[in-house]
Write a protein that binds this ligand. Structure first.
Ligand code: ATP
Ligand code: MG
Ligand code: MG
Length: 355
């Protein structure tokens, strides 16, 4: 049985492990805080479920392993400065930005980027944490501890947010899932739908952009590209060198999920263009207690991560891939009273995409 080590044992690592079972791949997620050492053998591959990690005995050992796939890509994409610089170097569209240096002032940033400017910490941000809007009440200046630690982005008045998940094999061959439409509220992903016919005309451009990036990095595995759609253009928001929340629907909606695709690529197994079934929807479960009634909703496929429930924390998701829009809408109607009232906007948004 081939063994693949995963740096990180959160839900993405667990779902990689789950996806490895039918292929008899022994996937071993490793807690990044662990001070243990692990019995890695020279030929065993190492991958990661996150782009950054603290220095611990476990991460030191895994990161020093010669068969750590894409090791050089992680520092480039984990720092928004080097990530944005890469996107610019390749001539790909992204939100205009500047590096926040020691002597950068808010005025300088407004001068170049306009009225609405979003500071993003260079490293460590996720789910909208590590963001700071300038010109909010009481927030005119750049906070001291954001100098040298952040980039500044022009606010994009986007029509909607979409992402594409792609995969690249050792031989350089790339395949992609269809664009996913995403709803983010306060910086956190709450719902996704894919595929949508009305986004199909943007697919080739999305694939060209992500393909260019993966080729430049000589990347092997699954990578996600989050975009803003502005009219007929896609602007890259950010990149993730790993499986991604906006690709969770592929567990229900494709013959090969993003998790299996990543494992196949890392293990050197054949990749294929994924066969996509009907339109899938995914509802993220954020800061909400588990409710076993969800399982009674026709078509619901629950992934519960077993984490402690805290406000704003992703604790699970539910996928649906039903045969038609009417059935999906009916399932969401049935789910709605089983979720906190705040989910109304998510379910309304999902239903509105199915029309
Ligand atoms: P993730 O959990 O996806 O890794 P993150 O914390 O890394 O999130 P971003 O993806 O950069 O942060 O931003 C989170 C959300 O904030 C975006 O999905 C979008 O809704 C909003 N946002 C980010 N950048 C901009 C921008 N330049 N203009 C307008 N909205 C933005
Ligand atoms: Mg991010
Ligand atoms: Mg993001």
């Amino acid at each position: 049985m081939s063994r693949i080590w995963v740096l990180g044992a959160g839900q993405l690592g667990q779902m990689l492990k789950h996806a490895g079972m039918p292929l008899n791949l022994d996937v071993r997620p490793v807690d990044i805080e662990s001070e243990d050492t692990f019995p890695l053998e020279a030929h065993e591959k190492v991958t990661a479920e996150r782009e950054q990690w603290p220095e611990t005995a476990a991460t030191r050992q895994l990161a020093a392993h010669p068969a750590f796939v894409n090791l050089n890509t992680f520092p480039i994409l984990a720092d928004r400065y080097t990530q944005k610089s890469l996107i610019d170097r390749l001539g790909l569209a992204t939100a205009p930005w500047r590096l926040v240096e020691t002597d950068t002032s808010a005025e300088d940033l407004h001068h170049v980027l306009g009225e609405r400017v979003l500071l993003k910490r260079r490293t460590g941000g996720y789910d909208g944490r590590g963001q700071h809007w300038l010109r909010e009440p009481g927030r005119d200046a750049i906070p001291d501890d954001w100098h040298e630690q952040a980039i500044a982005e022009q606010a994009i008045d986007f029509d909607e947010e979409a992402s594409v998940v792609g995969m690249r094999g050792e031989d350089g061959q790339c395949y992609f899932y269809p664009l996913t439409l995403n709803l983010h509220v306060n910086g956190i992903l709450l719902g996704s739908v894919s595929p949508l016919a009305r986004l199909a005309h943007l697919q080739a451009e999305a694939e060209r952009m992500l393909g260019t990036l993966m080729n430049d990095l000589d990347y092997v595995g699954v990578m996600a590209m989050e975009c803003f759609r502005v009219g007929d253009r896609l602007l890259i928001n950010e990149l993730a060198p790993r499986v991604h929340n906006s690709g969770h629907w592929t567990q229900a909606g494709a013959n090969v999920s993003q998790f299996e695709a990543h494992l196949r690529a890392v293990a050197g197994l054949p990749l294929v263009a994924p066969t996509v079934k009907n339109t899938s929807v995914m509802v993220n479960l954020v800061g909400t207690e588990r409710n076993d009634d969800w399982l009674s909703v026709p078509g619901a496929e629950l992934y519960w991560y077993g984490k402690e429930v805290r406000p704003g924390r992703k604790v699970g998701h539910i996928n649906f891939c039903l045969s038609n829009a009417a059935d999906t809408r009916a399932a969401l109607d049935k789910l709605e009273p089983m979720l906190p009232a705040s989910y109304g906007i998510v379910l309304d948004w999902l239903r509105s995409q199915l029309d």
